[in-house]
Unconditional design. Structure first.
Length: 332
């Protein structure tokens, strides 16, 4: 099933599936995936591994919510989840293609219904995915990375998990020395995060490295409808790479890219402007009829966070890689 249809289907699941983990429902014990995490020495537990690591930089990609089964947490080998995750390799992680080696683990993914749960139950459901992503990253560092600089990148639940991973790891020397940037799109980095975690640095210019890109695309006034925009959220405008509130015109948008059911793409330059406002990234698409998948309600363009700025993201990844390499000649 194409990525956009999977995410759209989760809109209904968000409300209907909540009972699985809530008191009086099926219960956590029967709804969750097995407690044992995947063995990342097995190729079958990776969504994608490059055949050759011919690029000088890696991307560690964590896919968004694509699972729409009955369980609250999918087994790592769930075929529907894997099919959906594979679509993200083109529709989202494709912005890094040709400039970085992509490493993407499979993980036990929580269904969208966890957003409605108590914090304790949500932590338990999401904790399985976090444990898997942490284990996969450690295996990647030890066995695949070979000292190359790396980018962390994800969307939605993937960005949520990577944010938690960053909280636990950004003080480590390997992160300080080797992380080019983190594209934690479709989730929130908040002012509270910056206060509690001094190693969190928000990207405030196009060539800054060791920093985090974060934003959530919405129509004007839809910020409070987006469950991924948390109180105190900070937004990086992907047309200016600044956190400032200036409206950046659509003329700076080098290309929104949309993918059909067969994976064919359509590129539309100057598709939307962008402005950081009230924690969200306010966009004004020139053809809103193309944006039909809105599981969180009208004006919440969560499914299109990558699509709306695809070519700008691609160019920016190249710019940050170049800046990182220039600052660390030994990595060339």
């Amino acid at each position: 099933m194409p990525l956009k249809k999977i995410i759209a289907a989760l809109g209904l699941a968000l409300f209907l599936a909540a009972a699985f983990c809530l008191p009086g429902g099926i219960g956590l014990g029967t709804a969750l995936a097995q407690e044992q995490g995947p063995d990342y020495s097995q190729v079958a537990n990776w969504l994608y591994l490059p055949k050759t690591s011919d690029q000088k930089v890696d991307v560690f990609w964590v896919y968004p919510t694509v699972y729409n089964g009955k369980a609250m947490v999918a087994e790592v080998n769930d075929p529907q989840m894997r099919a959906g995750a594979e679509n993200t390799l083109v529709a989202q992680a494709g912005v890094f293609k040709g400039q970085a080696n992509i490493y993407a683990p499979l993980y036990r993914q929580a269904s969208a219904a966890v957003l409605t749960m108590s914090q304790a139950d949500k932590d338990r459901c999401m904790g399985m995915g976090l444990s898997d992503v942490q284990a996969a990253f450690e295996y990647y560092l030890k066995n695949y990375n070979q000292g190359r600089p790396f980018i962390l990148a994800g969307h939605s639940q993937g960005s949520n998990l990577l944010t938690d991973l960053a909280r636990k790891n950004l003080e480590r020397p390997v992160f300080k020395k080797k992380m080019v940037a983190a594209y934690l799109i479709g989730w929130s980095i908040t002012k509270d995060d910056l206060q509690k975690h001094p190693s969190f640095k928000i990207c405030r210019s196009a060539a800054q490295t060791g920093c985090i890109v974060t934003y959530n695309s919405v129509a004007a006034g839809a910020q409070k409808s987006a469950p991924t925009i948390l109180p105190g959220a900070i937004s990086v405008n992907p047309l200016s790479w600044s956190t400032g509130g200036k409206l950046i015109p659509a003329s700076q948008n080098t290309g929104a890219v949309f993918f059909d059911d067969q994976g064919k793409s359509r590129t539309i330059p100057q598709f939307t402007s962008a402005q950081n406002k009230d924690g969200g990234l306010v966009v004004e698409p020139k053809d809103p009829a193309l944006l039909t998948d809105m599981p969180f309600g009208p004006g919440v363009y969560h499914c299109y966070d990558y699509s709306l700025f695809y070519e700008n993201l691609r160019a920016n990844a190249a710019q940050r890689i170049k800046a990182f390499q220039a600052a660390t000649p030994k990595s060339n």
